[in-house]
Design a protein around this ligand. Structure first.
Ligand code: IVH
Length: 715
């Protein structure tokens, strides 16, 4: 879909447009943040170009047209060869017109097109001397960039040493994957900083930051390589003669990261129609990618075609960026809601004028914490930039201050807990009701009863409200001492439903420690972390006795998380005791308690040695069928771990098996590329048949999952 160009009616409108675009480009290249979203910038830039075409004698010297980085200048290290930008097309028809113009220019059909994702990050040139990474330079204005060698070591995919002692420059994009972005934000906010607005500005800011007290991880993707002055003549000649696709294969062979290992590797195709098909494929995979792309780059693959087409001062004539719809949009902030979570945290949420981003309508976005609202000086009625891509929860980036009318209103912070009226503990960044998890008991009990925790069928939110309102329960512990008479006394509770509920509660007592832990809702842990903790400690007793050092021996718990978890468990001690007294299982079946020796204790984490998936890393994707059909993803992951395997959510070289159900998308493609073993849900069910029998019996009302002597010992 092509976005229309802005219409500039006169010289005054042109002057304003040039100033707005220049400021936005300068801000974008300095910090990665800008008051204009990509669509708006593109519309403005095309409006400026159209005005200039109609009024060639009025062109301003400040105009961004034809300049790399819209004329924003940064850096003083000259580039060996200019780092050019790319011209854009916004759809298939524009692409066809462009491709025909290239073929007209070179006087023959383009031999092959290379099609690859346009990575949404920061362009850098990495200079390798005799195989060692010597210097890292940003693109700057294309002619000279900034030396950012201090960032070497923080960027995955740019090795310190290549596999061969060659001298060359690798060019590519530095960005943050979704995981790296989350980690960087956790680190940054724990140091009192404002969360990064989006992965691109997080990478741009982090590559250039020199004096941060913390280090964040980023990822490099190479898209080009070229000789530098002392590159040997042989290598220089062969690099110049290689088709683009083979250049990428060559740098990947040297150990530099490219998109080759992703679900959207570079592909070469022979005609414009095949380009369109491949563009559609990449666009369809965009939402699932673990990194941001803002388009697709199409390049004439053969060196001879590139040479014949040549380059302009801003962009090569043999390559084009096919832009995808922007993942950032400007909309209005209508209100801020304050929601109390099940652990008592009070989180602000932005209510937005609904806006379509990346194929879905966004009406709410996260606002992190009150401090963050203050730091950003957000006001009700503001125009705000909203970011949403793939799996990332929509977030408000920043107010667009120059669009303010003066009618914006201050955001009112709650003075008491919006749920229960108690005081608010504001000592930490995240505010919390002083009653903690006792504040929103309905939410915490409903969560605890959920399918992946205690799995108490018949205990939905309405019933929990009834039980809480009638004073029968005040926490999850009280559930386990409810009597038949008490339940029968409730409205709309007959004998059968009462007995069913009591039976479900009785079954819940046998759930493994991992689920009891998940039900407690320990802050800083989710379902998979609860499983890891339970496997590591094997019993609630050992877990509750663990200090911070012992906690850090669990895979995935570091210095930041350990103190929170230890403090949370101390806060929960009374509730744990209540559960134990009521007969709830406190043991993880099949797990071995850690020994005192920290090195040996690692063994405690090895799941069910001798199980059918012993030592395997298993990823599950797509819809499960056959014997696995009724299981939640969490339940399938539990089975994997009980069978001795490790469950993981993404396919990598370390994945031993992919269980691919119906509609398995990019994970299956990636596994195929890597040659990973793939099993259907039925084949997998057969592999773990012995355990499936167990879990059936759990569902039928026997002991908890795995219901062995270890579980019984915990009663
Ligand atoms: S090729 C001479 N390939 O997009 C060729 N650029 O908007 C120039 N980019 O400056 C670049 N992914 O920073 C190329 N696969 C890719 C890319 C890519 C992202 C960036 C690059 C470029 C900008 C232009």
């Amino acid at each position: 879909m092509t976005t229309p160009a802005a219409v500039l009616v006169d010289a005054a409108a042109y002057a304003v447009a040039v100033e707005t675009a220049t400021k936005a480009a300068a801000a974008y290249y300095a910090t990665g943040e800008s008051a204009l979203d990509d669509d708006a910038y593109d519309r403005l830039a095309r409006g400026i170009a159209a005005y200039e075409a109609a009024h060639p004698d009025e062109i301003s010297a400040d105009s961004p047209s034809g300049k790399v980085a819209g004329g924003a200048v940064v850096g003083d290290v000259p580039h060996t060869v200019p780092m050019l930008s790319l011209d854009n097309v916004f759809g298939g028809d524009e692409f066809t017109v462009w491709a025909a113009s290239v073929e007209r220019r070179i006087g023959r059909p383009v031999e092959r097109w290379s099609v690859e994702p346009k990575l949404d990050g920061l362009a850098v040139a990495a200079r390798y001397e005799e195989g060692r990474l010597a210097r890292l330079i940003t693109r700057g204005d294309g002619l000279a960039g900034e030396d950012v060698s201090h960032a070497i070591g923080m960027i995955m995919g740019l090795p310190d040493r290549l596999t061969e002692p060659v001298t060359l420059e690798v060019r590519g994009e530095v960005l943050m994957t979704t995981d790296q972005f989350e980690q960087a934000n956790t680190l940054r906010t724990s140091h009192g900083g404002t969360p990064f607005a989006n992965p691109r500005s997080a990478a741009a800011g982090s590559v250039r930051a020199k004096d941060r007290p913390y280090q964040v991880e980023m990822t490099f993707f190479a898209y080009a390589a070229l000789p530098i002055s002392d590159t040997g003549a042989d290598l220089a000649a062969s690099l110049a003669a290689l088709p683009h696709g083979e250049v990428l294969t060559y740098v990947a062979g040297l150990g530099v990261h490219t998109t080759a290992g992703t679900t959207v590797p570079p592909r070469t195709v022979t005609d414009a129609e095949a380009v369109r098909v491949r563009v559609e494929e990449i666009a369809a995979l965009r939402a699932e990618l673990p990194f941001g792309i803002d388009g697709i780059v199409i390049k004439a693959d053969a060196a001879a075609d590139q040479l014949a087409a040549g380059s302009g001062s801003r962009a090569p004539r043999w390559a084009i960026a096919w832009k995808l719809p922007a993942v950032e949009k400007v909309t209005r902030l209508l209100d801020v809601e304050w929601n109390v979570g099940r652990t008592g945290t009070i989180a602000p949420r932005a209510v937005l004028e609904p806006v379509e981003i990346d194929g879905s309508t966004v009406a709410y976005a996260t606002l992190h914490n009150p401090n963050d609202i203050t730091r950003r000086d957000l006001r009700i009625g503001d125009h705000v930039m909203v970011y949403k891509a793939g799996d990332i929860i929509p977030r408000v980036e920043a107010p667009v201050a120059h669009l303010r009318t003066g009618d914006e209103k201050a955001i009112v912070f709650p003075e008491v807990c919006p749920q229960c009226g108690s005081e608010i503990d504001t000592s930490e960044q995240r505010w919390r009701c002083v009653r903690g998890r006792n504040c929103h008991v309905v939410a915490s009990i409903s969560y605890a009863a959920g399918r992946d925790q205690f799995d108490i069928e018949g205990l939905g939110a309405t019933r929990v409200v009834q039980l809480v309102d009638s004073g029968l329960i005040a926490d999850i512990g009280d559930l386990f001492t409810l009597t038949r008479e008490q339940i029968l006394g409730l409205d709309r509770m007959g004998e059968t439903s009462t007995d069913n509920l009591l039976a479900a509660i009785e079954r819940a007592k046998g759930q493994p420690l991992s689920r009891v832990l998940a039900a407690l809702g320990v802050r800083g842990t989710g379902r998979s972390m609860s499983r890891r903790i339970a496997r590591h400690f094997a019993s609630m007793e050992l877990l509750c006795a663990a200090d911070e050092a012992a906690m850090q021996r669990v895979d995935g718990i570091g210095v930041e998380k350990a103190p929170t978890i230890v403090a949370e468990l101390a806060e929960l001690a009374g509730l744990v005791e209540k559960l134990r007294a009521a007969g709830v299982n406190m043991i993880e079946p099949g797990a071995t308690p850690p020994s005192d020796d920290p090195a040996a204790s690692e063994d405690g984490e090895v799941a069910a040695p001798g199980g059918p998936l012993d030592g395997m890393t298993v990823v599950v994707t797509g819809a499960m069928t056959g014997p696995l059909e009724k299981l939640s993803r969490n339940q399938v992951n539990e089975l994997i771990e009980r069978a001795g395997g490790k469950s993981s959510s993404s396919v990598s070289k370390r994945t031993s098996l992919l269980v691919a159900g119906e509609n398995a998308g990019s994970k299956r493609e990636k596994a195929e590329q890597l040659g990973t073993r793939i099993a259907s849900p039925d084949e997998f069910a057969e592999l773990i048949a012995e355990l499936l029998d167990d879990s059936d019996s759990a569902a039928d009302g026997a002991d908890g999952a795995g219901g062995d002597s270890a579980a019984a010992a915990g009663r």
